[in-house]
Design a protein around this ligand. Structure first.
Ligand SMILES: [Zn+2]
Length: 253
């Protein structure tokens, strides 16, 4: 097992993941909590929370990489749950690194590019504007598929149980925006998207999808945001030879 410095790992990830290209992200992307200086083991998780910190501590993780970090729009206080969470990390010497919108967007390691790859759908281009950036992708499947068959594949590959609204189209052109990306449905029309895959169900998406005749597949916020952190784990393993482990804490939402 190799060992590298925290500084080396952080500088590499900051640049590789293009953090400076997302100044409007509410998440403080990058190193949020500084732990020990030497890194041998990396933990991956979707959400920064006490369960994940406990597991990371038990597994002697040095560096925890998450999609949803602790710091959104600056620190207001270190009281209550926030104090407990930060204390757990500091006591265990674990660094916390967060990557939010850049990890949805990233063409090689991002949630959305990864979702298309996992589903064997050819990536055709960017889709889904959020805070002035397109963070999703749309792609074309090799052949028309029944929605029920497509959903069965999504559920099996992402270990999830999707909520589905069928507006009658077969699945060929799929738009993907992970997490709470429902508003991208407004762009589906002009790209000829017949099926929109996102994380959380949204009431507001229904009538838009109904009028555009676009199928809706809500595969879960958590389930659609595991592929990016896992891809970054493979990157850190390959680049630095670090030991990497995914800490699963599904919310079912
Ligand atoms: Zn999210």
């Amino acid at each position: 097992m190799r060992e590298i410095s925290l500084k080396t790992l952080v500088s590499f990830l900051d640049a590789e993941l293009g953090l400076s290209d997302f100044p409007k992200d509410e998440s403080l992307n990058g190193l949020q909590v500084q732990g020990r200086e030497k890194i041998r083991t990396v933990g991956l998780a979707v959400d920064a929370c006490q369960y994940v910190f406990q597991e990371a501590s038990r597994k002697q993780v040095d560096f925890l990489f998450v999609h949803h970090g602790l710091i959104w729009g600056g620190i207001k206080s270190l009281r209550g749950l926030m104090r407990d969470r930060v204390k757990m990390l500091l006591d265990a010497g674990i660094s916390l690194y967060a990557c939010h919108l850049p990890l949805d967007w990233h063409p090689s390691y991002g949630n959305n590019a990864e979702l298309l790859r996992i589903l064997s759908i050819r990536n055709m281009g960017e889709f889904g504007e959020y805070h002035g950036r397109k963070i999703g992708y749309w792609g074309r499947a090799k052949k028309d598929t029944l929605l029920s068959q497509f959903v069965a594949e999504v559920n099996a590959l992402l270990k999830t149980k999707s909520s589905v609204i069928d507006f009658g189209k077969k699945v060929r052109n799929v738009g993907v925006v992970s997490g709470g990306g429902w508003s991208a449905i407004t762009e589906a029309d002009k790209l000829g998207i017949d099926t929109f895959l996102t994380g959380e169900p949204s009431h507001s998406a229904y009538t838009l999808a109904e009028e555009m005749k676009v199928n809706l597949v809500f595969a879960g916020h958590y389930a659609t945001e595991t592929p990016g952190v896992k891809a970054c784990g493979r990157l850190m393993e390959k680049k630095f030879g670090l030991a990497v482990e995914f800490i699963d804490h599904p919310t079912g939402l």
